[in-house]
Every structure is written in structure tokens, then in C-alpha cells.
Design a protein around this ligand. Structure first.
Ligand SMILES: NC(=O)C1=CN([C@@H]2O[C@H](COP(=O)(O)OP(=O)(O)OC[C@H]3O[C@@H](n4cnc5c(N)ncnc54)[C@H](OP(=O)(O)O)[C@@H]3O)[C@@H](O)[C@H]2O)C=CC1
Ligand SMILES: CC(=O)C(=O)O
Ligand SMILES: [Mg+2]
Length: 754
């Protein structure tokens, strides 16, 4: 969508993303069973009367008996939607739903968007204040200045739960962290820097106040709005908040203000900063162009004008995302966990410092790996952590909670902060960050991926997303009409894709030789081999991989799984000593389960079961989970006895002999593996927590379970993923969507599944 950005999508895709399936981005899911009459009588009348009376007697009990304590309302009237202006409350809904899901994704805070149809300050204040019983906190969003200042101030006074105007304070906290680090990198002292703030609205005023409170001298800050410099004595388009930042100066335009300035903070609108203005700034200028969705200047433009600049934007698709998403989820997490009555300055400063310090720390291996091991060390392209950095969830809420306790606004102090940090880590499913990191890693080291079924729309959509996302180079196997199909899917320049057609491909004779050599003693005649190379797409695609034309291969949507595997295996070998097998990964908000072998071997031997356990445990570890393996059966530790248990027991004995670096146990039924309440019955079991790797006893039960869970269970399912081949090749399910295929390609290319 925008030049130089590393994430591209069309307007049609953005609309389809929001429209597909259940419209919008949120839904509500019951956190208690609602299946039986008894469930309903507990959840609703008559059972519900008991918590009602309890809360009436003791209001604090609402935090224990309802969702209040983890529930934040994202409230807007749509008067300043991002940098798009006053487009009204209904149009604000996609942004507010977005903020609500970011709360959940990044900090496990439940959140709901509320759009209020009024621009009247008092009406808005009343509407929000009356909601206090429902929520643990209020996140005001995209309410324009100057009304937002009165609204927030009044609500903070009236309400006894945290009220936080994200565009003011969220933005200010992240900006402050970025400014601290950019000054550090360029050897500047806050008390000497000359700052120009463009914009005099909610975000700009709050950022200016915070940097001044941190030591920037008021005389060194020039603020501009649409009319230019806000100078002392200016008339027109003024209010008390702008006046507070007016300075004595002869400068009148943004260009004049920027002459020799050290720092530009843009909280205004797209395109407001011109390259010639940037050229006039001081040495190593610091440029934060934070307008959304399009910044005041794009990083490529700014860099072209000033190669020595440190540049940040509000977007996730350029380096240095200075965006309040780095703050609000984690700040509320900390505030909610101590049941804070407010979010005060101490908590905000603690968050800013924690963020700034985190960026300077050694980047953990998994984050560094995702950037090809280079880009993400503290420096001009990494002045602030990325929102998906898993350390944020541990560090920022703990800093905020601690500051809340020390400043006396915590109603529910945390006794052991170290223990709290451990709990915070476990609240997020590491799979989601590993997947995000895998996607980033693919961008840092793009690989060549063969899409064997280049005539299928779903595959072409995946290839387009894969290429346009910058994850790698798709190689499309298909006939001459593939470019037309791409054009039909909205690609303007199909010729920019790589195609391989077996009818015209120059290395076909070489492929036939290679395959004949492999198959001549397995009952195949040369003629048959030539026919397969020419006509069977999987054989041809596998030969491309075997001859080194690509790094990995994806197939599977046009043929049943077993048939695709057989075709690929004619050309490609398993890893020495391995029987390839399949893993389905079930991903929930706070759990990930790896289930194997779900695709290949009908009755695995003890040896095979032990290998499946070992290799699946390794995949689990690469996806951020400490493996706990359960060998599943209908029987738990010999009860009931049966004739099919010996293979499983043999696998456990083999692992005992081999010695492993992961926990394993079996045989056991799924409820014993997953439900810890049964653990006391088996005190000798070696599992220290619920199993997360389930080794299935046979293909019948494995494949049935995986497919039933995919169709009926609530979790997202990744896979099947093929493990144990000498070269990275993946066979997708015939029901795969384009994004399933992209995920498989990314995981295979990144070597996470192998
Ligand atoms: N990266 C981030 O995390 C965040 C970014 N923002 C961005 O900051 C911008 C402002 O948001 P917010 O403060 O909530 O909105 P407000 O409506 O409260 O303020 C907008 C301000 O921008 C000024 N402005 C608009 N266009 C220009 C221009 N061309 N030149 C100079 N000033 C201009 C307005 O000037 P006037 O007073 O003359 O009308 C006004 O002062 C948006 O683009 C938003 O996306 C906001 C919050 C967070
Ligand atoms: C990020 C944000 O809140 C805004 O641009 O308004
Ligand atoms: Mg906003």
C-alpha cells in the first residue's frame, strides 16, 4: 500500500479481512460451561442470585465473581479517528474493535468497544461515568482535542477505576521511551535538545507535557498546528492547552521552526513534513512521524533527505514503531492486576522507563533470530521494542503494578513481584509470538518456496500473500494459463512471478535421468518415469527441489494426503533412520497442544512411537513450549488391560533407556493427560503439568481426533505439518485456506518444522 513499507495489501483485502466469516473482529465466548440445565441454573436464575447478594453486600467481591476485573471498555465518539479526522462514532468501530483485540492478543485483557454518538462533552462524560460498575478500566480513544482534556480530567475525578486517554498518555509514554533512547544514541542531553512538535491535539499536547516533565526545556519546544507556529500572543485557533505551550519566537511556519531543530515529533497528519524541512534539521536529526495510518513523512523519503536521521513511525511495517499499542495493553494489565483506582504519573513514567530499558537490553535469541540475527540490536533501527516482543508482557505490567503499589493507588497489592512476573509470562501462549517471529524471520531471510499446485486459486492467493508479505519467493508450478489466473486475482504484473511448466522446462531430461536412477529397480520403466515427470505435478515439483531449484515445497490441496505423500516420496527421501510423520497443532488463547502422528503410519511400532515423541518434543520446543509428552491410549497405566498396549509401553521403555531431556509418560487416557485434577490418583506419574505433546497410538484415533477437533473444537489448528523428511517439504490438508498455506510455507522455510 505504501512505498518502501514491507507489508503490502490491497483495499479489497482489508475489506475482505473484516467481512469474511463473522463480520468484524470480536466475539464473546462463555468462560463457563453452558451445556446442561444445571449449568444454566448456576449461570443464570436461580444460581446467579447468590453472587448478586454477595456483591450487594461487598462490592469488592465483583472482582472475584464477575468479569469486571479483567474487562476494559475502549470508548470513542469518533471525533479524531487515527489521523483520518472526525468521521463519527460508527466509522470509529473498526479501530475500537482493533484496540479491543490488541488488548487480548498482547496482554490477555478482555475488552469491548463502545462507540458513543455525541460530541457534547457533558453528555459523553455522563455516558461513560455511568458505566463504572461494568468495567475494571476505561480506555478513551480517538476523542479530539481540546474536548478530550476536559473529558478525561472530569472522568478521572468522577470515577474510581483507571481512566486513560490512550492518544494522550499511551502515545506520550511510548514517545518518551523512544526519545530517551534516540537521544542516548545520538549523544544528546534532554535539557539541550530543540524540539518541534507538529500537531497541537490530544497526542501532541500530552507528549509535549511528558518530555518537558522529563527535562526538555519549555523554551526549546516549538509547537505547530494547521496555522503554523504557536507563538506567544497569537490570535485565532487558540485554546488554553495550546497557549500553555506558546513560546516567544519570530518563527512562523513549520519550515522555519525546524531550521536547526534536533527532534521532530509529528502527531498531525499524513505528508505534513517535507524533505526540504528535514534537510534543514541539525546533525543526526530525530524524526518521529507518528500520524496514522500514513505518517507525516515516509521513512524512505526522510532517509533520502537525511541519511543520518533516526526515524520512527506509528506503523508496524517500518522499523521503530512508536505506537501506543506498545503501552496500553501492558499498562492496563498491571493496573488491573493490582485493582488500581487510577493510572497516575508514577505508573506512566515507570512504563516509559521499562520500555526504554528493554530496548537497550540484549535482544533474546528468539527475537534476534527473527531478524536474521542482526537488525534487532539497540541502534538507529531499533530504538524501541517491537510490540510482539514476548518480554514486554513480563516487564511492563510488573513495572506499572509496582509503581501503583508504591504510589498508594493499588487496592490489591501483589506480594511477590517475581512470582507475578512468572504468572504474566504464562498468560500468553508462546505459539502466537513464535508464529509472529517466524513470519518476521522469513522476511529477514527470504527462501524460495515451490507451490506445486499453481493452478489452484487458493494456492495462488497464498503465493501472492507470501510474496507481497516479503516472506519469500514463490515458484509456481503450472501450465501456461497461470499468469491469467493471477491477473484474475488482481495481480497487475503476473510476469514478475516465477513459473515452471514441465512442458517447457529445460531440465526435464536431467529430471528423468535422476528419477529413473532411483526407480529402475522398483519396477518402473523409463517411459513411465518420463510420463510422471511431464504429467505429475508433485513428482515434477519434488524434482525441482531435489535438483536444488528451491529451498522448500508445498503441495496437498488437490489430492488426498496419502497420494501426495506417495508421489513426493518417489523423489524425496526421509531423514536417515526416520519414518516421516504428521503433527497437528491446536492453538488456544493460553494453550498449545501438539498431536502426532496424525497422518502417516497406521500402527506405529514402539521404536516409531519413541521417535515421534522425540521429534514432536523438539518441534514443540522450537515453538516456545517446554514439552510434556503423554502417550495416549484408552487405558491408563494398565487399566483396563488390553491387547494393544504393548507398543506404547515399549516406547516408554525405549525412552527410559535412551534418556531424554523432556518429560514423558504413558500409557494414559486423554483426560488423565490433560486434566490436572486427576493427577493425585497417579502420584507416580512423571508429568509435572498437563501434557502438551500427545503421541497417538495409531493413525485411526490420531487422524479422527485431529479432524474432529479442527471441525468441532474452538482452537485454531495448524497443520498437518510433515516432519522427518530429508528436505523441507510440507503436505497441506485439502481443506487448507490461503493463510494456512502461508503459515506452513513460513514454518517450513524457517526450519521450525523439519
Ligand atoms: N503513533 C501513535 O501511537 C499515535 C498517533 N496519533 C496520531 O496523531 C495524530 C493526531 O491525533 P490526535 O492528537 O488524537 O488528534 P486531535 O484531533 O486531537 O489533534 C489533531 C491535531 O493535529 C493538527 N493537525 C492536523 N493536520 C495538521 C497539519 N497538516 N499540520 C499541522 N498540524 C496539523 C491539528 O491542528 P489544529 O489544532 O490546527 O486543528 C490538531 O492540533 C493522528 O494522525 C493520529 O493518528 C495519535 C495517537 C497515537
Ligand atoms: C495509534 C492511535 O491510537 C492513533 O493513531 O490514533
Ligand atoms: Mg488513537
Amino acid at each position: 500500500m505504501s512505498e518502501g513499507s514491507n507489508v503490502k495489501f490491497s483495499e479489497a483485502e482489508a475489506l475482505a479481512f473484516h467481512a469474511e466469516g463473522r463480520p468484524g473482529k470480536i466475539e464473546i465466548i462463555a468462560s463457563k460451561p453452558m451445556a446442561t440445565q444445571r449449568d444454566l441454573s448456576l449461570a443464570y436464575s436461580p444460581g446467579v442470585a447468590v453472587p448478586v447478594r454477595t456483591i450487594a453486600e461487598d462490592p469488592a467481591a465483583a472482582y472475584d465473581l464477575t468479569a469486571k476485573g479483567n474487562l476494559v471498555a475502549v470508548i470513542s465518539n469518533g471525533t479524531a479517528i487515527l489521523g483520518l479526522g472526525n468521521l463519527g462514532p460508527l466509522a470509529a468501530k473498526p479501530v475500537m474493535e482493533g484496540k479491543a483485540v490488541l488488548f487480548k492478543r498482547f496482554a490477555d485483557v478482555d475488552s469491548i468497544d463502545l462507540e458513543v454518538a455525541t460530541e457534547d462533552v457533558d453528555a459523553f462524560i455522563n455516558a461513560v461515568a455511568l458505566l463504572e460498575p461494568s468495567f475494571g478500566g476505561i480506555n478513551l480513544e480517538d476523542v479530539k482535542a481540546p474536548e478530550c482534556f476536559i473529558i478525561e480530567q472530569t472522568l478521572r475525578e468522577r470515577m474510581n477505576i483507571p481512566v486513560f486517554h490512550d492518544d494522550q498518555h499511551g502515545t506520550a509514554i511510548i514517545t518518551a521511551a523512544g526519545v530517551i533512547n534516540a537521544c542516548y544514541l545520538t549523544g544528546r542531553d534532554l535539557k539541550d535538545v530543540r524540539v518541534v512538535v507538529n500537531g497541537a491535539g490530544a497526542a501532541a499536547i500530552a507528549c509535549t507535557e511528558l518530555i518537558k516533565s522529563m527535562g526538555v526545556r519549555p523554551d526549546n519546544v516549538i509547537m505547530c498546528d494547521r496555522k503554523g507556529v504557536i507563538y506567544r500572543g497569537r490570535e485565532g485557533s487558540m485554546d488554553q492547552w495550546k497557549s500553555a505551550h506558546a513560546v516567544d519566537t519570530d518563527r512562523r511556519t513549520l519550515a522555519e521552526a525546524l531550521d536547526g531543530a534536533d527532534i521532530f515529533l509529528g502527531l498531525s497528519a499524513a505528508g505534513a513534513l517535507k524533505p526540504e524541512m528535514v534537510k534543514a534539521m541539525a546533525k543526526s536529526p530525530i524524526i518521529f512521524a507518528m500520524a496514522n495510518p500514513d505518517p507525516e513523512i515516509t521513512p524512505p523519503e526522510a532517509k533520502a533527505a537525511r541519511p543520518d536521521a533516526i526515524i520512527a513511525t506509528g506503523r508496524s511495517d517500518y522499523p521503530n514503531q512508536v505506537n501506543n499499542v506498545l503501552g496500553f495493553p501492558f499498562i492496563f494489565r498491571g493496573a488491573l492486576d493490582v485493582r488500581a483506582t487510577t493510572i497516575n504519573d508514577e505508573m506512566k513514567i515507570a512504563a516509559a522507563q521499562a520500555l526504554a530499558e528493554l530496548a537497550r537490553e540484549a535482544v533474546p535469541e528468539e527475537v534476534a533470530a527473527a531478524y536474521g540475527g542482526k537488525a534487532h540490536s539497540f541502534g538507529a533501527d531499533y530504538i524501541i521494542p517491537a510490540p510482539f516482543d514476548p518480554r514486554l508482557m513480563e516487564v511492563v505490567p510488573a513495572a506499572v503494578a509496582k509503581a501503583a503499589m508504591e504510589s498508594g493507588v493499588a487496592r490489591f497489592p501483589i506480594k511477590d513481584l517475581e512470582e507475578y512476573r512468572t504468572q504474566l509470562k504464562s498468560r500468553l501462549n508462546p505459539t502466537t509470538s513464535v508464529l509472529t517471529l517466524a513470519y518476521e524471520g522469513a522476511k529477514a531471510d527470504p527462501k524460495r518456496v515451490i507451490f506445486a499446485e499453481g493452478e489452484e486459486d487458493v494456492v495462488l492467493r497464498a503465493a501472492i500473500a507470501f510474496r507481497d508479505g516479503g516472506y519469500g519467493i514463490p515458484i509456481l508450478v503450472g501450465r501456461d494459463d497461470v499468469p491469467d489466473r493471477l491477473r484474475a486475482l488482481g495481480v497487475d504484473d503476473p510476469e514478475s512471478f516465477e513459473f515452471v511448466n514441465s512442458r517447457t522446462y529445460g531440465r526435464v531430461p536431467e529430471m528423468a535421468d535422476y528419477l529413473y536412477e532411483r526407480l529402475q529397480r522398483r519396477g518402473y520403466l523409463r517411459r513411465e518415469v518420463e510420463r510422471m515427470v511431464n504429467q505429475d505435478r508433485n513428482t515434477f515439483a519434488a524434482l525441482l527441489l531435489a535438483l536444488g531449484e528451491a529451498d522448500t515445497l508445498i503441495s496437498g490441496v488437490t489430492r488426498p494426503y496419502g497420494q501426495t505423500i506417495r508421489q513426493l516420496r518417489r523423489v524425496l527421501d526421509a531423514k536417515p533412520g526416520c519414518t516421516p510423520f504428521g503433527i497437528h497443532v491446536l492453538v488456544g488463547q493460553s494453550h498449545t497442544i501438539f498431536m502426532a502422528d496424525t497422518t502417516v503410519t497406521e500402527r506405529p511400532t514402539s521404536e516409531q512411537l519413541a521417535d515421534i515423541a522425540t521429534q514432536t518434543a523438539a518441534v514443540a520446543r522450537r515453538m516456545g513450549h517446554e514439552p510434556r509428552v503423554a502417550f495416549l491410549s484408552y487405558s491408563t497405566f494398565g487399566n483396563p488391560e488390553g491387547t494393544f498396549l504393548e507398543n506404547i509401553r515399549g516406547a516408554v521403555r525405549l525412552l527410559d533407556q535412551r534418556g531424554t531431556d523432556f518429560e514423558y509418560e504413558g500409557e494414559m487416557a486423554p483426560d488423565v493427560a490433560l486434566n490436572r485434577s486427576l493427577a493425585p490418583i497417579y502420584p507416580f506419574s512423571r508429568l509435572t503439568g498437563p501434557a502438551n505433546v500427545l503421541v497417538m497410538p495409531g493413525l485411526q484415533s490420531a487422524n479422527l481426533s485431529a479432524k474432529l477437533l479442527k471441525e468441532l473444537g474452538g482452537d485454531a489448528v495448524i497443520g498437518p505439518m510433515l516432519v522427518g523428511m530429508a528436505q523441507p517439504v510440507q503436505v497441506a490438508a485439502m481443506t487448507s485456506t490461503a493463510s494456512d498455506l502461508v503459515t506452513l510455507a513460513v514454518l517450513a522455510a524457517g526450519g521450525i518444522v523439519r
